[in-house]
Ligand binder design. Sequence first.
Ligand code: CA
Length: 497
Amino acid sequence: MAQKRGNMKNRTMMQYFEWYLPKNRLHWKRCEVQAEELSKAGINMVWLPPAYKGAAGDASVGYDVYDTYDLGEFNQKGTVETKYGSKEEYLRAVAAFQKHGIAVLADIVLNHKMGADSTENVEVVEECATDRNKDISEKQQIAAWTRFDFPGRGDKYSAFHWNASHFSGTDWDDAGKKGGIFRFEGKIWNRDTDTENGNYDYLMGADLDMDNREVVEELINWGKWYFDTVHMDGFRLDAVKHISFDFYLEWLKRMREHTHTELFTVGEYWSKETERLTHYLDATEHSLSLFDVPLHFHFLTAATSDGNYDMSKIFEDTLTGVDPEHAVTFVDNHDTQPGQALYSFIPAWFKPIAYALILLRNVGVPCVFYGDYYGIPHDRVAPVRELKTLLKIRECYAYGEEKLYLDDTSLIGFTRLGDEEHPGSGIAVLCTDSISGTKKMYVGERFAGKKMIDAMNGVEAPVVIGKDGFGEFRVNGGSVSVWVTEEVGEILYTELE
Ligand code: CA
């Protein structure tokens, strides 16, 4: 069942967490309290962090999965609650979002498990880290952390116990106290995964073996239980390039059959190469969207090239450029923020430009990062102050036909001509990675004689639209200007005060 954008409303997603949220178990409560305000700010979809118990207990952000049936309910890993709170609080947070018209995406981490309850002796072969198809040892025995019996939960919700037969590899020999990439004897890496490092099935922890039907059936059973418990609206899938491409094709199909809902889903396929993303979309029959990672890296390059990036190519060879129907656009996330694994944080001066480019065009589903909306106290990162205005403009005024002006190496822009359904709609956006400048852009004859002003407050002088529907718009150096009618400017000024 492919997603049809025509059936969607104007989706605006927020990743509702950053890596360094305080470990105070208050996040689910914060969600419940903030739901109404987020809805008013123009957010209609949130991606929540993994809600189940991680190996690090209440210090876990959620990607070191221990027990996917423990949503903050059982005393495991030294705590009943997760970093974010209790199961009851989680359910209340989801309900609060949904009550205010905000769809909830649950973060699904099925590539690996961590924090096993005990070890098993397993025959393995060690693989070369940079070419996982290359054996670098004879058969040997290691003590692998692969037994998951969940004594703190007992068999409530599921009697499934994990052992070495359910995994294909690990990275630690507890007998020899030695690290390495160990493939379990008799197992092969899943063939249809990313080809980085030869075969990128293995990422971390105990790697789930998707060639084992017991594993696949258990994950489908768990998915049904999770939906029946939480009633989320869709998913964010972690680390899909490390998981057999067949797996989510089947899992999503089975979940949609079970739930009879669309289940909007976005996968994290971390690659700068758009062809790898489109290959995955083909392999999964376009049953989900992917984050536009190449676009994120275009933003990073543009922001760090001293004004010498070719801005006309910013959308070229990105997922938004080649398959906008399946692109979820973003500027930063919990992995790219300072101190994290995929650190590639977009410099502050470029953030308003990047957000204008993802929020105001008519392509892709944009995802706003919590750390940009609220700031990141841990690293003294300030909120992107323009975000609230951009979100309001997206919600109310960024409608109608789009005219693109990607015709200069620095100064690029686009307009939205507005439509009858949204009073006051119609905007012009102009940005540059270099010095200030002007560009003539078309907003439509119905704006003839009207004054438009820069809602970003960068350019002070208004622009008067000519009889031909064109205006001569200006932007200051290294910034973005977003032009709305004078009346809309006043509404924004009043509403966002
Ligand atoms: Ca894997």
